[in-house]
Write a protein that binds this ligand. Sequence first.
Ligand code: SAH
Ligand code: SF4
Ligand code: F3S
Length: 442
Amino acid sequence: MSSLQKTFYIETFGCQMNFHDSEKVVGTLISEGYAQVQREEDADLIFYNTCSIRDKAEQKVFHRLADVKKLQKEGKRFAVLGCVAQQEGEKIFERAPYVSMVAGSASYHNLPAMLVQIEAGATRVTGLDDRETDQTFETEFTARTNPHRGYITIIEGCDKFCAYCVVPYTRGKERSRTSQSVVDEAKRMTDAGYTDIQLLGQNVNSYRDPAGKKSFAELLTAVGELPGIRRVRFTTSHPRDFTKDIIDAIDAVPALCDHVHLPVQSGSSRVLQSMFREYTREQYLERIAWMKAIRNKEISITTDVIVGFPGETEAEFGETLSLLDEVGYDGVFSFKYSPRPNTPSLQYIDSVAEGEKSRRLQGLQEHQRELQRASYSRHLGQTLEVMVEGKNGARGQIIGRTSQNKTLNFVTHDQRQPGIGDYVQVEVTQVFPNSLLGKMVG
Ligand code: SAH
Ligand code: SF4
Ligand code: F3S
């Protein structure tokens, strides 16, 4: 690397969408002649790709900015990308005057032009006006960090406007890519050796092919039938738009993984209505029943839950616990309700006290842990296929991931050590509430 080459550092907060956006931003920066470095100290340009889903996530970003403030003296430039950027906009320049660029995800297709401004010495470059855009951020320069397993964005933005959620404001309106461009990208990935692809969107089930060729289920099938593909996943699903043809596709196409993440948020129809989720407990359970009825696979189901939503009573919280019993999830991501700027539920009285939210969260997590302890034991003695992800040095174990997205670490007494990205058969010898342990067979 020549010492004259411009360098950048990037740090990513938040969800898979943000993570994958960063891969596209990195690819774009490299194509513009920048080199990536691993420490802020070594960079000319420092990017934070931010998340504002809960107050804590947003605070993290401002703490990070305060930590690195001292580096401004060395002439470094700072850029804030992502959801906090779109949400706070130019207010970020007031709060952290050493930031030179603030840009939301809907403006990344303009990154090269914004970089030109930065290089010309502009101090307040913004990309904030594009929330209503129909454009998606497609680039041939995506710098994927893993050579075996990778993401493809199929739909950006969200039109659901759940009462508590910032995403429709931070990521703009829904816009889908054509199925042709998605399949072409997947094909380029399988040609390059990728075997595991995850299709991304805030709500993949509202995918609409602008060319009118394929439904979401048909797109899943097309990617799942590409030569060389072993595993196709998708996230996130919305129960309201989740249709039965998706389950039928999973049942029919071997490469479509036996795992569905279907966020429920609450087990109480009254709370769901107040969240504007547009489904009832019963309708949600109907979708679960479809999954349990298929013949060729056992679908592992995971979810997201919010506890302490405004007005949630103890009895309504109890309905969420009973829903966990009824569904039998393999994983639950649970959060305390966090009031967010611009969202409708900001108008509600945040009626559940902080201590009570913590108590419900802890109660729910303990409850789920016991459920998982019991349900994971179904895997004891099973032989499962895993993709090798790495070595767990200290204990001489190899890290694997099952098609249900479970961690299955294993040992091998074989001389041949499998390489990262290989698929091997592992017999499960021990189960924990969140992972499995086994030995390689065959
Ligand atoms: N599009 C996805 C994911 C959205 S963000 C979906 O619709 O499910 C991921 C999770 O964060 C949500 O499922 C929800 O459980 C949680 N979340 C979002 N906003 C929140 C808020 N204001 N307070 C607490 N949790 C929130
Ligand atoms: Fe947020 Fe709801 Fe959209 Fe998910 S579906 S991103 S929770 S508004
Ligand atoms: Fe966070 Fe934005 Fe993702 S708010 S969770 S980074 S869509």
